[in-house]
Design a protein around this ligand. Structure first.
Ligand SMILES: [Cu+2]
Length: 228
């Protein structure tokens, strides 16, 4: 069941192909523009506590998911093949985003916003690690992931894993993705939410794709100041 007021992720029905009307997506009421090619599908996310209004009074502009029993950790590999887990970033906030480097719009937009957040944080930006996790490890090789996130900010890193681990990690974070054939090639549909962990490694915020950089920066600044 979909709760139309859940701010976490929405699709605009008018951008859905006619053939899909009648499935669960067509019930989504929204004014948010998300191109079909980068469609977010967040069928599991109405389970989030914020969707019942819980997040409204926490003072964060992002959705407060503190205490979630999911999104606890990951074990993925960086461009040099080293295993990376959340514990590697203790003392810093982590902003985690799932996508793929050939994404035409959603991923570049999310990473550009993350770079904007870094700038807005000033010196505090040293305490934020932005991580891009590929949902397309077949094309996003270690070499590709060594380059792509850095094009947005030199501190950003890309992580990957084999297909099974990618799937398990996405499931842990309630992230949906799937291949969509495009003639001889394919693109990916994927969830557009970014997640923020506090410096103690606790999942705290789900950041909507539509949220602006100023709001994200304010939320992260608060998490950093609460955890000096
Ligand atoms: Cu994308």
């Amino acid at each position: 069941m979909w709760l139309p007021n859940c701010p976490l992720g929405r699709v605009a029905p008018k951008y859905m192909p006619l053939g899909r009307r009648g499935d669960e997506m067509s019930t989504l009421a929204s004014t948010t523009f998300v191109p079909r090619r980068a469609l977010l599908v967040l069928a599991v996310l109405p389970l989030l506590p914020a969707c019942d209004g819980h997040g409204a009074h926490t003072g964060f502009q992002s959705i407060d998911v503190t205490g979630a029993d999911w999104g606890r950790d990951f074990r993925l590999f960086d461009a040099e093949g080293r295993a990376v887990t959340l514990a590697d970033f203790r003392g810093r906030c982590v902003m985690l985003f799932f996508g793929f480097t050939q994404c035409p719009d959603v991923c570049p937009t999310a990473l550009a916003r993350a770079a904007d957040v870094m700038q807005r944080l000033g010196p505090l930006a040293q305490r934020l690690q932005v991580i891009f996790v590929t949902v397309d490890p077949e094309r996003d090789t270690a070499a590709v992931l060594g380059e792509y996130p850095r094009a947005f900010h030199p501190s950003f890193i890309g992580l990957r894993a084999d297909l099974a681990t990618t799937e398990a990690t996405a499931r842990e974070f309630k992230v949906f993705y799937r291949k969509v054939p495009t003639g001889s090639s394919y693109t990916m549909d994927h969830t557009t939410t970014s997640y923020v962990f506090d410096p103690r490694g606790r999942l705290r915020l789900a950041v909507r794709h539509e949220q602006d950089a100023a709001g994200v920066a304010a939320d992260i600044e608060r998490l950093l100041k609460d955890n000096p």
